[in-house]
Write a protein that binds this ligand. Structure first.
Ligand code: GLC
Length: 525
């Protein structure tokens, strides 16, 4: 079978650029491609190998670009096709690869395919989408709910039928059982890979195919419902056995994998599956090259467990998972864990087989930005009127330097509020302080490159004291204290500490403070 295992992406450090909020090059308050190009020196200085750039395609922005109206063009807010070419040339010249976002569970309702499909029941594009009769005029075809709240069906009076959308009504779902849809998406992928893109992060990779019986999803018994407020509450009330996670997904992933392998490109899937065994099964089936492991984002650690236990279980399932603690859809890691613990977890994951991803601002230890209710843009909140799961808090502009506009924009306002950042949160201030989170992350990323065992040697978990998670790879040991009290890590032989998350000058091994992580190597002579 024509598949590549463990290519250039294995052990890379990725960095998510949330384009609307990274850097505004033309002063209109939106982050854009020229702004990003202007920050490539920074990203090279930081030491990342791979950028995932969120959608830059033409979009009416009902879901910040995750609703695409033209897959072959760049939205004017973000720049031009020429800017993409510049980005790729300049990133590649610095040894940084770039992947885009493949958003093909749904299109925008302004995409010409959908515009055509809604004209009449026999339009040639009708079967690109899931149009169905209702159970009655005012009752949708089944009980499916949208991830962002409300029914997953919208009635269109023009043709008297309903169309499916697992997100907002402005994001109609494609019908993946239609081979023409699969061919269109393959053409889109080839177009961007031919431009020089190094792969894709696959949006909602476990959605796509539906059970075409369109059976109702069973309701979960009350004791299995995850209690969560806001628009997403309804989603968690169902066993999603008919709308997502379908067997037909496997063929779609396999086909994409073969295509990507021809280009030596990388495909990484976003799923909300936190059971690593399920992800490992997708991987083993010649699925995408990697899937994000969201255990450090979504899972509640059970009593007696630590995040280290979650990681051990994940590694036991597969060595091709990708590690991350935050992205543009969730509260920031430093708000959930505290900045020190988040850095300790990053340190733990940096030596694990698989690709590590930072989200822009993680390297600064940024907590959630403040977004006053009247400025919220997130459709999840606008549809549910509840702030419990407000994604805007992780999307406020990147703070580059103190002062108006934060160095993000020269405009008086950005598309989202600036988030209430302090000078100490900014890149400029942290760059001047060798004890800052920024320097701690930079040192870590550089160390990863200079200690080959950290990437190449066999990984063995160490029987460490209570609260400490530790592993050894060749002559290198990575240890993090995730417990509440100081611990002692005594290993036979002589060791030198190369990296402590708390003390840049430390070289002597021994104690580990709560939330501290260490990387140390053994003297061999
Ligand atoms: C993914 C994206 C999210 C978007 C959703 C619908 O989960 O990360 O931002 O809203 O898909 O496309």
């Amino acid at each position: 079978m024509n598949t590549v295992q463990g290519g250039w992406w294995a052990n890379a450090v990725g960095y998510e650029v949330y384009l609307p909020s990274f850097c505004d090059g033309n002063g209109d308050g939106w982050g854009d491609l020229p702004g990003l190009i202007g920050k490539l020196d920074y990203l090279e200085w930081l030491g990342v190998d791979l950028l995932w750039v969120t959608p830059f395609y033409v979009s009416p922005m009902h879901d910040n670009g995750y609703d695409i109206a033209d897959y072959y063009n760049v939205d004017a807010r973000f720049g031009t096709l020429d800017d993409i070419k510049q980005l790729l040339t300049q990133a590649h010249a610095r040894g940084i690869r770039v992947i885009g976002d493949l958003v093909v569970n749904h299109t925008s309702d302004e995409h010409p395919w959908f515009q055509m499909s809604r004209i009449s029941r026999n339009n040639p594009y009708r079967d690109y989408y899931l149009w169905r009769h209702g159970q009655a005029d005012d009752r949708p075809p089944n009980n499916w709910v949208a991830t962002f709240g409300g029914p997953a069906w919208t009635y269109d009076p023009a043709t008297g039928e309903w169309y499916a959308h697992l997100f907002t009504p402005q994001q109609p779902d494609l019908d993946w059982s239609n081979p023409k849809v699969a061919d269109e998406v393959e053409a889109i992928m080839r177009f961007w890979l031919d431009q020089g893109l190094d792969g894709f992060r696959v949006d909602t990779a476990h959605y796509l195919a539906k059970d075409l019986s369109l059976s109702d999803n069973p309701r979960l018994p009350d004791d299995r419902v995850r209690v969560i407020g806001g628009a997403v509450a309804d989603w968690y009330k169902y066993d999603h056995r008919h709308d997502i996670g379908q067997p037909a997904l496997r063929d779609i992933h396999r086909r994409w994998r073969m295509l990507a392998d021809d280009y030596n490109a990388f495909l990484i899937g976003e799923t909300h599956i936190v059971d690593p065994a399920v992800l490992a099964d997708y991987l083993a089936d010649n699925g995408l090259h990697s899937y994000f492991y969201f255990g450090l984002i979504q899972s509640e650690v059970e009593s007696g467990q630590t995040e280290g236990d979650l990681l051990r279980a994940a590694i036991a399932s597969s060595s091709n998972l990708s590690w991350t603690q935050s992205n543009h859809d969730w509260a920031r890691a430093a708000s959930r864990y505290g900045a020190e613990r988040a850095l300790a977890l990053t340190t733990l994951t940096i030596g694990l087989p698989g690709t590590l991803f930072l989200y822009q601002g993680d390297e600064l230890g940024l907590v959630n930005g403040t977004v006053p209710a009247e400025h919220v843009q997130d459709p999840l909140v606008l549809r549910g009127g509840n702030y419990q799961h407000n994604r805007d808090v992780s999307r406020t502009p990147m703070p580059w330097r103190p002062g108006p506009g934060l160095g993000f924009t020269t405009a008086p306002h950005a598309w989202l509020p600036f988030g209430g950042r302090d000078p100490v949160d900014t890149v400029a201030v942290q760059a001047k302080n060798s004890h800052s989170m920024l320097h701690a992350h930079r040192r870590l990323l550089r160390l990863r490159r200079s200690l080959p065992d950290l990437r190449g040697a066999t990984l063995v978990w160490i029987d460490a004291p209570e609260g400490v998670t530790a592993y050894r790879r060749g002559n290198t040991v990575v240890a993090a204290n995730l417990g509440p009290t100081t611990a002692q890590l005594n290993l036979p032989g002589s060791w030198r500490v190369h990296y402590s998350t708390l003390d840049p000058d430390r070289s002597v091994p021994g104690t580990i403070a709560p939330h501290e992580a260490l990387i140390q190597t053994q003297f061999t002579s």
